[in-house]
Design a protein around this ligand. Structure first.
Ligand SMILES: Cc1cc2nc3c(=O)[nH]c(=O)nc-3n(C[C@H](O)[C@H](O)[C@H](O)COP(=O)(O)OP(=O)(O)OC[C@H]3O[C@@H](n4cnc5c(N)ncnc54)[C@H](O)[C@@H]3O)c2cc1C
Ligand code: FES
Length: 287
């Protein structure tokens, strides 16, 4: 983690109220991994004290460019839209734990709900670079909010669901899972917590439904990996990226905790934002 100087290169509204911004930030473009995030400080004259967390949407070590994709929901995100090319900003990152792909996983299923696209977008680049096949299931309320396919690598199979049926499958993106769960070696999701809860339930029943083997050691005597470890994520069929309101983003304030199935609460900024779905208590009132 480091405090990196960044300079806005390009800013555009890609969907109503949703912005894609490119920053020249070579220190972050190298060494960051999919699933990690940056904590960005609105400028001195904004009157805002707290940084805002954003997923690293894409990074390009060859140009030093990192992008973030965000929806305007309050003062901070509105302030970012008024940045102009050349404006400096500082970013703390990369923060948090990344997605972990098992070496033998060839078919990756990415599932994004709305702005959750920003959480999984970079994983598509990494997977394709590593020669894996990627299907990305995307859910939105209507066609107006569907992420443009032109912003995805050509190699990605992109499948859309809209709640109102105005584009693609009519219904929730989670309806599409049964078609792909046999094909997928692992799945990675980001989006509203209700969507993640449904996906966690689907993943929990998958092994019995399909009669598939668990990732990891063969022979059914796989050792138990410590909760929150990269190895536990790598073995999980489903990894989720959680978004909680954050204060410090460095593990000190406990403002971002989620409840674990076993053990103490987990800090999204330190133990997450990516978790194996089976590590989290999805029935808990505070997640
Ligand atoms: C790890 C992580 C990664 C994130 N990545 C992205 C991203 O890539 N793109 C993106 O658009 N957003 C992302 N977010 C959410 C983003 O940080 C907030 O939308 C942003 O901080 C809001 O700032 P604001 O000043 O505009 O709104 P505020 O004025 O701070 O808040 C406006 C309203 O939104 C609510 N709110 C604020 N933050 C969140 C949150 N995290 N979850 C739910 N409600 C919230 C507030 O309670 C309030 O009601 C991420 C959050 C986390 C924790
Ligand atoms: S935001 Fe402070 S502990 Fe996570």
């Amino acid at each position: 983690m480091r405090l990196a100087a960044a300079e806005l290169v390009e800013s555009r509204e890609i969907l109503p109220g949703q912005w894609l911004q490119s920053f020249h930030a070579p220190a972050l473009a190298t060494g960051s991994r999919a699933g990690q995030f940056v904590h960005v400080r609105p400028g001195d004259l904004s009157g805002m004290v707290l940084r805002r967390p954003f997923s690293l949407n894409t990074t390009d070590p060859s140009t030093g460019i990192v992008t973030i994709h965000f929806r305007v929901i309050g003062r901070g995100t509105d302030w970012f839209t008024r940045l102009r090319p050349g404006d400096p900003i500082d970013m703390l990152g990369p923060l948090g734990r990344p997605f972990e792909v098992a070496p033998r996983s060839q078919h990756l299923l990415l599932i994004a709900g709305g702005l959750g696209m920003a959480g999984v977008r970079m994983l598509a680049d990494e997977a394709i670079r590593d020669g894996r096949r990627v299907t990305l299931l995307f859910g939105a309320a209507s066609a107006r909010e569907v992420y443009p396919s032109s912003l995805l690598p050509d190699e990605v199979e992109y499948v859309v669901a809209t709640d109102d049926g105005s584009l693609g499958h009519a219904g929730y993106v989670t309806d599409l899972i049964p078609e792909y769960e046999m094909w997928a070696d692992q799945a990675f999701a980001c989006g509203p917590v209700g969507m993640l809860r449904v996906l966690a339930g689907q993943a929990a029943g998958r092994r019995e439904r399909l009669g598939v083997a668990k990732l990891g050691r063969k022979g059914g005597n796989a050792k138990q990996e410590p909760t929150g470890s990269p190895a536990a994520r790598r073995k999980a069929f489903l990894q989720v990226s959680m978004e909680q309101n954050m204060g410090c983003a460095v593990g000190a304030c406990l403002g971002c905790v989620v409840k674990a199935v076993d053990g103490p609460p987990l800090r999204v900024c330190r133990e997450g934002p990516v978790f194996a779905a089976e590590e989290l208590d999805w029935e808990s009132a505070w997640r």
